[in-house]
Design a protein around this ligand. Structure first.
Ligand code: NI
Length: 177
């Protein structure tokens, strides 16, 4: 297990369409997932997508009990989600602040579906199907966007609400991003 380098915005590898995972339950897949958790935890991330460490597979991880980068966010179950498909469950969207380990030091206000179903597989090939709302739904949408080569700044509508984390949130202990 090891902490991997996180690619930063501007790297063309963040802009690719990721490939589906075809082999489940392999040591290689488990090793990749272990590295992703080490990398996410080292950076206090709420989630991480495989393309962010240069692996072009449809694999995301997310979840935390308490996250210092999002101190007001409710807990999100720790999840490994492979080959995901997202389906909105309501037509409404809401705006919320997001950051990204690939866009260090910045936050932006991003519209997302408020409620959705996500489906996919875990590392053993077991099917996952879950409904999510609020910050949980936001994190899933953010991470799965990485699999389509989309970074959150591409979804910002109002650039007056895009800026440096330490200016926007002076008290926030988030100097690691
Ligand atoms: Ni991100």
């Amino acid at each position: 297990m090891s902490v991997r380098e996180i690619l930063r915005m501007g790297d063309p590898r963040l802009l690719r369409q990721a490939e589906p995972v075809k082999a489940f339950g392999t040591p290689e897949l488990q090793s990749l997932i272990d590295d992703m958790f080490d990398t996410m935890h080292a950076a206090n991330g709420a989630g991480l997508a495989a393309p962010q460490i240069g692996v072009n597979l449809q694999l995301v991880i997310f979840g935390f009990k308490h996250n210092p980068r999002y101190p007001d966010a409710p807990a999100v179950p720790e999840t490994i989600l492979i080959n995901p498909v997202l389906t909105p469950l309501a037509s409404d969207q809401e705006e919320g602040w997001e950051g990204c380990l690939s866009v260090p030091g910045l936050r932006g206000m991003v519209p997302r579906w408020t409620r959705l179903q996500y489906e996919g597989f875990d590392q053993h090939g077991q099917r996952i199907s879950r409904d999510a709302e609020g910050f949980h739904a936001r994190v899933v949408q953010h991470e799965c966007d990485h699999l389509a080569g989309i970074l959150y700044p591409m979804r910002i509508k109002d650039f007056s609400r895009f800026g440096y984390t330490d200016i926007l949130f002076p008290g926030l202990d988030a100097n690691d991003d």
